[in-house]
Write a protein that binds this ligand. Structure first.
Ligand code: VTB
Length: 330
């Protein structure tokens, strides 16, 4: 019988692609316990604690490159923190234990717990600042979108590539005053605007999910969220361009310290995620991408989407947690 040899690192990566599900599941359950309580900080902290605890059980030698903030402002999962039990490969980790803290505090749709993992040195070390972003789903010719072109020109180009009228395109943007001009221009063109109050990791991913009806993400959101969504698109396909918004001297210094030589660089997905990666997200509240955590009498149910770029495999894991329900663990 032929023996199948799998490179040990690859095997580990395959195992990790299931292990990281636990990490976001636990963070989501902990945050969801505080859903709708109006306490953003508490639910975020609960998610951070749980995610860190689970991460430290993994056979990895990990470094948080996108985390809760700099060491002086975030005691846990800060940028540079070492995580994992050190017995495995060196990896970069990007986390947003609770993406959409306000959504969770208000029990509104779309809060998720999310993480991306890749070989050490391959994830963009982005500071916690704003980032200009544009993204579309897979199947379009390269160059269909350009961050430096106007929203209108991008929608016209995308409509042409899709074979539809610009009025048949739906753009998703964060509902912020800074996007007023863009929104007006898109509507004037006749295209549809879908506004989200928070949660632009899912917003970008929606472009690659046909069921959402979203064609393009436009506008300014968080840089950490930008790297996380780039990791997801690296797995499922699509195009994305971004640029950091470095508008203060303090940020310029911080960016330099993080090793970013050109603060005005236009990033492609491959610049933000340079090699293969894993991405996982678990729903905290119900959303278009994932169902939120359900607390039953003897069981807690979670839904997770986990992606692996090496193969483009996307798994949806609906898990029933009985022990977690019994012991009321976070
Ligand atoms: C987005 C969104 C986040 O921050 O990145 C956004 O994904 C951007 O910042 O969920 P502003 O809220 O300052 O516009 C969040 O809404 C919260 O982190």
């Amino acid at each position: 019988m032929a023996t199948i040899t799998v490179h040990p690192e690859l095997l580990l990566e395959r195992i990790l692609s299931l292990e990281i599900v636990r990490v976001t599941e636990r963070a989501a359950v902990s945050a969801a316990r505080l859903r709708g309580r109006g306490k953003e900080k508490d639910s975020d902290q609960a998610a951070v604690d749980a995610m860190r605890r689970e991460l430290n059980k993994l056979p990895i030698d990990g470094t948080v490159v996108i985390g809760e903030g700099e060491i002086d402002e975030a005691p846990m999962l800060f940028i540079g923190e070492k995580v994992g039990n050190k017995s495995g490969p060196k990896v970069d980790i990007a986390v947003d234990p609770l993406e959409g803290t306000t959504l969770c505090a208000k029990n509104m749709p779309g809060a998720i717990a999310t993480i991306a993992m890749a070989e050490a040195g391959t994830l963009l070390h982005a500071p916690d600042c704003y980032m200009d972003k544009i993204a579309i789903g897979p199947g379009y010719p390269k160059g269909t979108i350009d961050l430096d072109a106007s929203a209108v020109d991008n929608i016209i180009s995308l409509a042409k590539a899709k074979g539809v009228k610009p009025s048949e395109i739906t753009a998703i943007l964060l509902d912020r005053p800074r996007h007023a001009d863009k929104i007006e221009a898109i509507r004037k063109l006749g295209a549809s605007v879908s506004l989200i109050s928070d949660g632009d990791v899912a917003g970008v991913i929606h472009c690659a999910e046909a069921k959402t009806g979203i064609d393009i993400y436009l506008g300014i959101g968080g840089a950490p969220e930008g790297v996380l969504s780039a990791a997801a698109l690296r797995c499922i396909g699509g195009q994305m361009q971004t640029r950091l918004i470095i508008d203060t001297e303090e940020l310029r210094e911080r960016t330099k310290k993080m090793g970013i030589k050109d603060p005005k660089k236009k990033y492609e997905i491959e610049d933000m995620v340079k090699g293969d990666c894993l991405f996982s997200a678990t729903g905290v509240t119900d959303g278009a991408m994932l169902r939120g955590v359900k607390f039953g009498k003897n069981m807690i149910e979670t839904e997770t989407v986990v992606m692996r770029s090496a193969t483009g495999t996307v798994r949806r894991v609906v898990a029933e947690h009985r022990q977690l329900a019994k012991f009321h663990l976070g």
